[in-house]
Write a protein that binds this ligand. Sequence first.
Ligand code: AMP
Length: 286
Amino acid sequence: MTLLRTIAEVRDHVKSARDRGLTVGLVPTMGALHEGHGALMRRAREETGYVVVTIFVNPTQFDRTDDFQKYPRELDTDLAFCERLGLDAVFAPDAREMYPGDYQKMPLTSVDVAGLASRFEGEFRPGHFRGVAMVVAKLFNIVAANRAYFGEKDAQQLAVIQKMTADLNFPITIVPVPTVREPDGLAMSSRNQRLTPDQRRVAPLLYQALREAERLIRNGASSTAEIKRAASALMSRNPVFRIQYLDAVDPATFEPLVQIMGAVRVVAAVWLGEVRLIDNVLVDGA
Ligand code: AMP
């Protein structure tokens, strides 16, 4: 496995893989790797001949400086993780390689997936999806992969990237990968490390509330207000939870649905102390 630090090195290695007739898979991450990332990597390993994982804590997608500063960084452990999965290359650039100018003084080109990017995560984390879309567009151009792998854990991010890819005609297939959970249901996330033992114990209530919403919908409930009430009540039993949003949305546009008909994604964000967790379930309407 090769550790690549510069864009020029990535281009060289990918070109030589393509010259050898290999298809290229891309798995963008911010590191602090866990089995959620592992699922994306395994899938990429199965489906493509040359797998590039990127590890970059992208400053432009953080809306809070403390979240950026406290985001776990553990490159050596991450490299060992990728090595064990038999991947080909890790691209771990520093911020200057990705953003050479002073982007605070000289604003960047912006990739704005209008509407979709301003709801929910976009509303509560202003600028977040502009940062995500920008860095993913850059990685698509740097790595020139055939397939890129994204988790359903971040369903709105996935929708933003699918729309950006279609609208801008990136020649790449986006592969969604189902959410990987801890045995108690908590979706794996690098931020889980920052939960206190008490917070960690109650954290699975988030997924339980989403499952309750799913159960109601499958049993024929169609009023979002009623579903929200029941699912929120479940979490509110525990005073540590501060619900930021919980809603039923159109899976492609993330528009909130008042009445539920057909496929719906139930999405939620909560605060547990200083840690913000998000999760979602897709109810296919079948
Ligand atoms: P991150 O490092 O948090 O930016 O995540 C990198 C990629 O891994 C994104 O496509 C995430 O959606 C995906 N991911 C993170 N956690 C999980 C999980 N628990 N299950 C599946 N995919 C995940």
